[in-house]
Design a protein around this ligand. Structure first.
Ligand code: GGG
Length: 340
């Protein structure tokens, strides 16, 4: 039986509920597939800040880097001190956010099936802001190295997918001539190495419109950090909502998996949160373990998790965000019942 250490950040707000529900499904599917997971708790986020005076203590980073993968729930007001810092410190340069329809869940376009690949280490998210002349200056670093690295990741992702074989670079180079100009020219440079994949580009405002107008035209979108953050919420809504949207932060050595949604403090503790996004996120984690470790049992566990979610949704199981009345825990129990 293969065995992995999974570091687990439960997060704030609805985090502990969705992560707890997901954990039960993850452990069930993994043990059926012959994968043993040792869960190691990691303190991070608003609760940790209150208790220890820092949102991300060094000991938490050490546990994450000492584990095989990290599963993270949403963090509240300290998100920048936790996930944005982890992305930069661990060089988790690719943020992968798939938008895929799920059985029986209404979507704007059922043919939509695309992935947003967001550069995760640069842009305004470097947090380089300073007071200046009674106002504020914000710096937006964009480098050739990071732009080429994320473009290569996006082309490789497109070549691994069965659909589309098209990568669209999203930018705003008609206004941000130097920064987005460099991102775009780096993209077309890398495109030369992938002659079998169509390379195209789109202004970010036009992309925002086209994701709603005709999402099925997209296979892989590659973009900078802030545009990717915004467009991925829009993409999630196109295929059913934020309660269903998973994501992965991938680097050369480490990877952290988290739902796209935030900590939703308004519904925390009510049992109303949809744990599907976290479950699909855990399935992405198992797939990453499968591909980086060459472990077929992890593929099996990932497929069991996805199959359980699909079967539960197909049979009409629904949390409140999707018009049903199931609680977070009841939905998880339903998914577990479907995994045999
Ligand atoms: N709108 C969804 C949400 O609140 N996501 C959490 C978030 O903003 N995380 C920071 C990030 O993804 O960069």
């Amino acid at each position: 039986m293969s065995s992995y250490r999974i570091s687990l950040i439960r997060g704030d707000g609805i985090g502990p509920e969705v992560v707890g529900a997901c954990e039960n499904v993850l452990l069930h599917a993994s043990s059926l597939a012959g994968v043993s997971l040792k869960i190691v708790e990691v303190e991070a986020g608003d609760g940790c800040l209150e208790k220890r005076g820092e949102a991300l203590p060094q000991v938490s980073i050490d546990i994450i880097t000492g584990s095989d993968a990290c599963l993270k729930g949403p963090v509240g007001r300290s998100a920048a001190s936790v996930i944005v810092r982890l992305r930069q410190e661990l060089e988790l340069y690719a943020n992968v956010r798939p938008a895929r329809c799920l059985p029986g869940v209404p979507a704007l376009d059922r043919a939509a099936d695309f992935v947003i690949v967001r550069e995760n280490t640069e842009d305004l998210y470097r947090g380089m802001e300073m007071e200046f002349d009674g106002g504020v200056l914000a710096f937006r670093p964009i480098t050739k190295r990071a732009s080429e690295r994320i473009a290569r990741f996006a082309f490789n992702m497109s070549s691994s997918r069965s659909l589309g074989k098209r990568v669209v670079c999203v930018h705003k180079n008609n206004v941000l001539k130097k920064s987005d100009g460099l991102f775009l020219s780096s993209f077309y440079g890398v495109a030369q190495d992938f002659p079998g994949i169509a390379a195209d580009d789109m202004l970010v405002d036009s992309a925002a419109m086209n994701i709603v107008r005709k999402p099925s035209q997209f296979d892989v979108i590659v973009t900078t950090n802030l545009y990717g953050d915004i467009l991925s919420d829009e993409a999630a809504q196109v295929v059913g909502g934020l309660g269903l949207a998973p994501s992965a932060n991938i680097g050369e050595r480490y990877a952290i998996f988290e739902p796209v949604h935030g900590s939703a403090p308004d519904i925390a503790g009510t049992g109303r949160a949809n744990p599907t996004a976290t479950m699909l996120t855990a399935a992405m984690m198992l797939e990453w373990l499968a591909s980086t470790r060459g472990d077929g049992a992890c593929w099996k566990a990932a497929n069991l998790m996805r199959g359980g979610v699909d079967a539960a949704l197909s049979s009409g199981a629904r949390t409140r965000d999707l018009g049903g009345n199931m609680s977070t825990a009841d939905f998880a129990a339903d998914v577990i019942g479907k995994i045999t």
